[in-house]
Design a protein around this ligand. Structure first.
Ligand SMILES: Cc1cc2nc3c(=O)[nH]c(=O)nc-3n(C[C@H](O)[C@H](O)[C@H](O)COP(=O)(O)O)c2cc1C
Length: 257
């Protein structure tokens, strides 16, 4: 029996078919975009790590450079133990830091960076030169500025003290006031500054009014925006302290990683 187009059944079949077609198209597009988003996220990660390690990217294929010179590790912050396998690049640090099963709640006294919870694991990157010699270790840092979480990577030289470079890749500080974080003139000050003093205490400072000439631990704050700078200083104090990279650095120094 032929189905009449304008019958009740005909209308229902047309509507259901159209709905199914649209939902397939939406799901398909979402899947394709998800894949693209992941690729973009991974590209940004690779670029930021290379910039933090002060690698010159001009005219270079950053993906090839990353694959050749960078080895990612997943580090347990409590034990300092590190592992490196194909899954490390898929680690989601933000999810890890908010999931109660993969993070710890920080006491107010411990929480210098004002992050409330800290993931049990972080992803770090060893960077090598063409001869296979370690040139720097790139570490993730984040903490509260004045208005927002400020996310960055800092690279330290193999002495695990001298700063190679820093990059702040995400924040919500005020444009024109707190966004000096992305000004190369300001970040250039970080080169060759030291995190720890001779007693091993975290001594890096962002100084209101300007760092003293020759102070190896200090850089200038930006006048009228010292709160953001203070937040960055607190992040460094937290991440290079007991709840941060301390156990990992011990293992690295003992050549156990
Ligand atoms: C609308 C507005 C936005 C501001 N944004 C920032 C900011 O993003 N970062 C910051 O450190 N200070 C910001 N400030 C300034 C701070 O409130 C504060 O005055 C400043 O950080 C103190 O720096 P100073 O001690 O050098 O004066 C802002 C102020 C106003 C009124």
């Amino acid at each position: 029996m032929a189905l009449k187009k304008d019958s009740f059944m005909g209308t229902m079949i047309f509507t259901v078919t159209l709905c199914l077609l649209c939902s397939f198209m939406i799901t398909g597009t979402a899947e394709v975009l998800k894949e693209r988003k992941l690729v973009k996220k991974r590209d940004e990660l690779m670029r930021n790590v290379l910039i933090a390690a002060d690698v010159d990217l001009s005219g270079q294929d950053f993906r090839a450079l990353f694959a050749k010179d960078v080895k990612p590790f997943l580090v347990s912050l409590d034990s300092g133990e590190a592992q490196s396998d194909a899954t490390v690049m898929d680690f989601d640090p933000r999810m890890a830091s908010i999931n109660p099963e993969t993070s710890i709640k920080l006491e107010k006294k411990q929480d210098k960076a004002k992050i409330k919870t800290r993931a049990n694991q972080v992803r770090v990157f060893k960077v090598f030169d063409d001869s296979g010699k370690l040139t720097s270790v790139v570490l993730p840092i984040y903490g509260k500025g004045l208005w927002s979480m400020v996310y960055g990577f800092i690279a330290v030289k193999p002495d695990l003290n001298t700063i190679e470079n820093v990059v702040f890749y995400e924040h919500g500080e005020t444009p024109g006031i707190g966004d000096f974080l992305n000004d190369p003139e300001w970040t250039n000050q970080w080169h060759n500054k030291q995190i720890f003093d001779e007693k091993g205490k975290v001594s890096f400072k962002v100084v209101k009014g300007g760092a003293k000439e020759g102070d190896v631990h200090a850089i200038d704050a930006v006048s009228g925006a010292t709160m953001t700078g203070r937040g960055v200083q607190r992040s460094i104090q937290f991440w290079f302290g007991t709840e941060g990279f301390e156990a990992f650095f011990k293992k690295l120094k003992a050549s156990e990683v």
